[in-house]
Design a protein around this ligand. Structure first.
Ligand SMILES: C[S@@+](CC[C@H](N)C(=O)[O-])C[C@H]1O[C@@H](n2cnc3c(N)ncnc32)[C@H](O)[C@@H]1O
Length: 389
């Protein structure tokens, strides 16, 4: 008999332990060595109809570069300025940011955090990646009289890690479409309160099936909508996202965490229940997440209230009011001027095939995709500020 596959290991665990929480099921189905991420090389939605903003083209990276400059200036132009990109994928965004030559370039140490080894290998094809010790230190060197002096102007230095570094630095943590892929629990409103949706086995001992387990789940019922939710309403519990944001906050002594994702408030999640959970198979919307574990991506809208609560508990602050949509955020960063300049160039271009004209045309198409209110433009951009120390 060959080694067990991920589905068999999930069944074996349930035989041993009884029904397992949905978050534990999801972690196994996605993260095991033969789980979805290993099979799909980590880029679950990077194709077909489900494209992420960095993959639309280089415009997103050019605008993110401006956002990084804004943060750098707000911090008083520190050198080094550390940018940590969580779930950095194949390095496309990092490459586009560096190509945009932001003002912070000489101070910039760019840390790609990506847990997929295959994608880290692709990053090395795209970027000159230095060992972590070169990018993350030394920030000082021994001066002539033995007094340490800061190493300035060494950037850009790029490095890659599997996990968030255990550092406390000045800079930015950025993540595009990472949190929606981190493990979440599922709770359901029942007559008795809220139950934890677990994964167990049907009577045949083989088919995976949902089992509701009464469980006191604190921190998940915040929001008036959740209290009054109708029977059967389901909500995600942001276990993985809350933990990741807590760790991200710890890596910053001063700076900001910028998160771009499908965020939703508790009210919105109640409204959308249960469609906030999505599965993708071969770049198409899939169906039941319990069918064929390891063969589909499982994602959810990210519970905004839980992420904000975790960030606040970790010492971050957030501006009042709803976070901007991606379309609004890109407008603040000057996307309209990019489009106007591209249009003006196209009008002037004698030959529509020259590179500049092609780039201009692409800019116009990319801007439309990035700000599409029924697509990427509807993502929310959450900025969590860290100003302690
Ligand atoms: C949906 S993809 C987004 C990739 C890229 N940010 C983009 O926008 O194209 C999510 C990425 O996060 C990575 N990932 C998931 N969990 C992670 C974790 N805990 N730490 C680092 N990377 C993670 C996945 O391997 C995948 O490359």
């Amino acid at each position: 008999m060959g080694p067990m596959d991920v589905a068999e290991r999930i069944r074996a665990r349930i035989h041993r332990e009884g029904p397992i929480p949905f978050a534990a099921y999801m972690t196994m189905a996605l993260d095991e060595p033969d789980g979805f991420f290993a099979r799909a090389r980590g880029a679950g939605r990077a194709g077909g109809d489900f494209i992420t903003s960095p993959r639309v083209g280089s415009l997103f990276g050019r605008l993110v570069a401006r956002a990084l400059d804004d943060e750098w200036r707000a911090l008083g132009e520190p050198d080094p300025f550390i940018v940590i990109e969580g779930g950095a994928g194949d390095g496309t965004l990092a490459r586009d940011v560096l190509r945009a030559a932001p003002a912070c370039t000489r101070a910039l140490r760019y840390v790609l955090v990506e847990r997929s080894p295959a994608l880290r290998a692709e990053q090395r094809d795209r970027l000159a990646v230095e060992p972590p010790e070169d990018a993350l230190g030394p920030f000082v060197r021994a001066g002539g009289d033995g007094v340490p002096e800061p190493v300035a102007g060494a950037g850009p230095v790029v490095t890659q890690l599997e996990d968030l570094p255990a550092l406390s630095v000045e800079g930015v943590v950025f993540a595009n479409e990472l949190l929606d892929n981190l493990a979440f629990g599922v709770i359901e409103r029942t007559a008795a309160g809220w139950s934890n949706v677990c994964v167990g086995l049907a009577a045949d001992g083989a088919t995976l099936t949902e089992i509701l387990v009464d469980a006191p789940l604190t921190g998940t019922k915040s929001g008036s909508a959740a209290h009054g939710a109708d029977l059967g309403v389901r909500l995600p519990v942001a276990v993985g996202a809350a933990e990741w944001v807590t760790q991200a906050a710890r890596t910053l002594s001063r700076g900001a965490i910028l998160l771009v994702d499908y965020f939703a408030t508790t009210d919105e999640l109640v409204e959308r229940s249960p469609a906030w959970l999505r599965t993708y198979r071969e770049h198409r919307r899939g169906h039941d997440p319990l069918v064929s574990p390891g063969e589909c991506d499982i994602t959810a809208d990210v519970p905004l209230d839980a992420v904000v609560a975790a960030a606040r508990a970790a010492g971050c602050s957030i501006a009042d009011g709803p976070p901007p949509t991606q379309a609004e955020w890109l407008a603040q960063l000057g996307i309209a001027a990019e489009v106007d300049a591209a249009r003006a160039l196209l009008e002037r271009a004698a030959d529509p095939r020259v590179t500049d004209a092609l780039v201009a045309r692409s800019t116009i198409t990319e801007a439309a995709a990035l700000t599409d209110p029924s697509g990427l433009g509807a993502h929310r951009v959450v900025r969590l500020a860290r100003s302690r120390h």
